[in-house]
Write a protein of this length. Structure first.
Length: 99
């Protein structure tokens, strides 16, 4: 089982879930004009299995995820459409916003 970093925060009336594959924490991804910082303070609320992390999507309004493992698991579970994924330096990134 693969571990990922997750951070769950309440922001106003929303629940924000951030997930990143563990090897990406602290990295900066660059592609064209995109500079994406996988910041420790945003993503690191602790480590859980990727299955546990993706299971937390049900109780979140906003989800931000980066990494092959977590994004592919979210696609497999039907949370993310494959065409909604942005690749930055070959690393998949997806967002979910439930209105």
């Amino acid at each position: 089982m693969v571990d990922v970093y997750v951070n769950l925060k309440k922001v106003g009336r929303n629940v924000l879930l951030a997930i990143c594959d563990s090897e990406l924490l602290g990295r900066t991804l660059r592609e064209g004009k995109i500079v994406f910082h996988v910041k420790d303070e945003f993503y690191n609320g602790g480590k859980v299995t990727v299955e546990e992390a993706v299971g937390m999507i049900n109780n979140s309004n906003i989800v931000n995820m980066v990494g092959k493992c977590c994004v592919e698991t979210a696609i497999a579970k039907g949370y993310v459409h494959p065409e909604a994924v942005l690749n930055i330096e070959g690393i998949p990134h997806a967002q979910i916003v439930k209105l």
